[in-house]
Design a protein around this ligand. Structure first.
Ligand code: NAP
Length: 288
């Protein structure tokens, strides 16, 4: 499907929304990009960086007449954005989002938009960095990365194809799955590791000898904890939005930690070696 969007509205011109706008602009597949958000200074900066062509803090006003509206705000802000978009959602306009959990955003869309939620095609790019805001955005962010769409049963096939084509233009490989499955898988591969990184750094930061601990932090610590520099608001929202799945993963991991503790307690080198070996083989098999 060829893709061209005469007017794109990006609500939240930060890392993800900003990078998408830059990628589509670079490819010459978008006419005008209108930025919307709550904060004039952020929007001004996004305009200076060439991410958006103009901006309006009134989200409804910004979206009026847009062909596609991308919601790229923290998860717990999605509902209020849908509320502001509802009065200007005309036939032919397609809404999509980039939220890191999907069932909560779909519930918000259904609750606020009712039947018109069929114009909303939920999505999640599996790409990002620990940085945020418009200054962190770059056109190549989605190059060779995956985007998961979790279409609604009543989405128009043409709308889904349009959003798929948009992400392909941005360089991504697009896959589809149910929202429930997405939230289950992402709790394991993304949400759990982020929470563990936050928890480890916070735990060490409370130790009396923290200055020494951090002074001798080497590559392993840096690799494991890089993502603990991620935005706390975004991660609070993800944790709450996907709490049920994340709690399941934490419980499972807690059991595995108890097992590791027991092996140390027993001085069972053979079992430890076997565990590390299984993990290494699994890690080596990953195409990252
Ligand atoms: P970001 O760089 O902080 O951008 C978020 C944008 O939303 C900012 O422009 C922010 O501007 C604006 N915003 C925040 N709260 C708002 C509100 N209540 N109303 C209107 N605008 C608001 O964050 P991001 O990393 O792009 O994340 C955006 C979405 O992408 C999130 O839903 C996240 O789950 C998802 N996501 C993130 C990653 C990642 O690695 N970062 C990857 C995949 C998906 P002000 O704060 O100045 O208002």
């Amino acid at each position: 499907m060829s893709f061209y969007c005469p007017r794109l509205c990006i609500v939240g011109s930060g890392l993800i929304g900003g990078s998408l706008a830059l990628a589509l602009k670079k490819a010459g597949r978008v006419g005008e990009v209108v930025g919307a958000g709550r904060n004039e200074a952020t929007l001004q900066r996004a305009q200076e960086l060439g991410i958006i062509d103009r901006h309006v803090t009134d989200i409804a006003e910004a979206a009026r007449g847009a062909d596609i509206v991308v919601l790229s705000v923290p998860l717990l802000a999605m509902r209020q954005v849908f509320e502001q978009l509802a009065p200007v959602l005309r036939p032919g306009m397609v809404l999509t989002d980039v939220g890191s959990a999907k069932t909560s955003v779909i519930e918000d869309a259904r609750a606020v938009l009712g039947q018109k939620s069929r114009q909303f095609v939920p999505g999640h790019p599996i790409a990002g960095t620990e940085k945020s805001g418009p200054d962190a955005a770059f056109a190549g962010l989605f190059e060779g990365r995956k985007v998961i769409l979790t279409p609604l049963s009543d989405n128009d096939a043409g709308d889904v194809a349009r959003i798929r084509a948009m992400w392909r233009i941005a360089g991504a490989e697009v896959e589809g799955m149910t929202a429930l499955h997405h939230d289950h898988v992402l709790a394991a591969t993304s949400h759990l590791p982020h929470l563990l990184a936050f928890a480890l750094v916070e735990s060490l930061a409370r130790m009396e000898e923290r200055h020494e601990v951090f002074r001798y932090a080497a590559g392993g610590f840096r690799d494991f904890t890089r993502i603990a520099a991620s935005d706390p608001t975004m991660w609070r929202d993800i944790a709450l939005a996907n709490a049920a799945e994340i709690k399941g993963m934490l419980k499972r991991y807690q059991k595995d930690l108890d097992h590791l503790y027991a092996l140390l307690d027993q001085g069972d080198g053979e079992a430890l070696h076997a565990l590390f070996n299984r993990a290494r083989q699994a890690r080596e098999g990953l195409k990252l």
